[in-house]
Ligand binder design. Structure first.
Ligand code: 5CA
Ligand code: ZN
Length: 417
């Protein structure tokens, strides 16, 4: 599907340092170390409600990743999905008496607007499940053919045909992404879309690959699987494999996706390729909260990007609010944080609109070094703060400095003044 407009990214002299990021699977900060082309897959939205600050934090984080990889001289292939058919979307549409397609379309439109306003670079491919149905069904069929998946008939009276599950017992390497105990997996699985109690499953944790058609639910006809629709995790496995191959360099999303989503995506991907690495790194954005709880569409404690924008908040202040937090540290949104971000934006604007400033070469290097070090954004912002203070104090007047720094902020931090 169409993504959103690509902003112009100015050139910054020199090259960025090699990027290091925290890999959830290894539990440490490691060099990303891609080839000439860095392949990045980021889990996109389920479009049943508007973009909140948690989503924005996730997409700004991976935007920084893409910018840092490019700055270090790599070409980046970036794919993001849209879960445009799944239970939460269908349930919300049903609750509100809306057509699920119309709900998805309007929320995706709003997401595009929010991303554009926040200066987030669009993915090279932005792919919905509906338009990827053939790729997904093909991969489910291959798992059935290889014996890695099994069918469970849809219970009488609920519909026709079969549900299809992955047989985890036949998938070596299960657990390699999260390293969670079986106990913890069993606790979390039902809270994140899993169906451990479905009769006929071989293992309560086996993930759903294909849901046989139910009345009143959309379904797609597949000659082998019968009518139905994909399970959640297989959508990301199939879209990632189809468009980026394997292994990808980075699979990303929020920490709420570590298990089961990325664990299952990986094990399914490995069952399909016969390899043992689906993604070289798994990178996760910590949960953003509001009033003491994870911000989530199901809880309804949302601070929406579109609401803030409608209230006249400068999108660049929202961006600076997000950049002031480290992506691996949970935080709660408050108005005070937004005020601080706005004050910083004002100071930066004032300092960067002067006719000259302190030589910015060291500041550019400091921003690059901070970002390359597991996206240490707060450190990058401090380096810019310091340049602004010294410039406002009139320390020296290099006429090229404000321009160089403004281009750096635009290219590396996505902050356009
Ligand atoms: N469509 C699936 C991924 S395939 C999904 O999780 N959609 S979502 O709309 O629920 O979330 C979109 C992205 O935002 C995901 O990467 C998710 O991990 C992230 N996310 C959701 N809530 C938060 C939050 N409170 N803080 C940070 N990131 C969040
Ligand atoms: Zn996903």
């Amino acid at each position: 599907m169409k993504s959103w407009p690509t902003p112009f990214v100015p050139a910054v002299p020199g090259l960025g340092e090699p990027l290091r990021l925290h890999d959830t699977s290894r539990g440490e900060v490691v060099p990303v170390d891609p080839g000439d082309v860095a392949r990045v897959y980021v889990c996109g939205i389920t479009p049943y409600d508007a973009t909140h600050l948690g989503h924005a934090a996730t997409y700004v984080t991976f935007d920084l990743v893409v910018r840092a990889l490019r700055d270090a001289g790599h070409r980046v292939e970036y794919v993001q999905n849209v879960t445009d058919v799944d239970d939460p979307l269908l349930e919300r549409a049903h609750r509100d008496g809306r057509d699920w397609r119309e709900l998805a379309t309007s929320e995706i439109d709003l997401f595009r607007e929010d991303m554009t306003a926040l200066g987030v670079l669009p993915p090279d491919r932005f792919l919905g499940v509906v338009e990827s149905m053939d790729d997904i069904a093909r991969d489910v069929c291959r798992l059935v053919d290889s014996g890695a998946a099994y069918r469970v008939p849809v219970p009488d009276g609920e519909g026709a045909g079969d549900d299809v599950y992955l047989d985890l017992a036949r998938c070596p390497g299960f657990g390699a992404v999260s390293h969670w105990s079986r106990e913890r997996m069993s606790e979390v699985f039902p809270t994140r879309g899993g169906d451990p109690d479905r009769p006929g499953k071989r293992d309560p944790l086996d993930p759903l690959l294909w849901r046989g058609a139910r009345p009143e639910e959309p379904s797609w006809e597949d000659p082998v699987l019968g009518a139905g629709r994909p399970g959640w995790h297989i959508e990301c496995t199939a879209i990632s494999l189809t468009h980026l191959g394997h292994p990808v360099d980075i699979t990303g999303g929020g920490t709420d996706l570590v298990f089961p989503h990325h664990e299952m995506s990986a094990v399914q991907g490995n069952a399909l390729t016969g390899e043992d690495v689906f993604s070289r790194l798994y990178v996760h954005q910590a949960m953003v909260g509001f009033e003491g709880e994870k911000m989530s569409k199901s809880r309804g404690n949302l601070v929406l990007v579109s609401r803030l924008r409608a209230d006249g908040v400068d999108p660049m202040a929202i961006r600076l609010l997000l950049l002031a937090q480290h992506y691996r540290t949970e935080w709660d949104h408050t108005d005070a944080l937004l005020d601080e971000a706005q004050a910083r934006l004002d100071r930066w604007r004032e300092a960067l609109s002067t006719n000259g400033g302190v030589d910015a070469t060291g500041t550019v290097a400091a921003v690059r070094a901070a970002l390359a070090d597991d996206l240490s954004t707060a450190r990058a912002l401090s380096a810019v703060d310091e340049w602004c203070e010294r410039t406002m104090a009139g320390e020296s007047e290099d006429p090229g400095a404000p321009g160089l720094l403004a281009r750096t902020l635009d290219a590396l931090l996505g902050v356009r003044l």
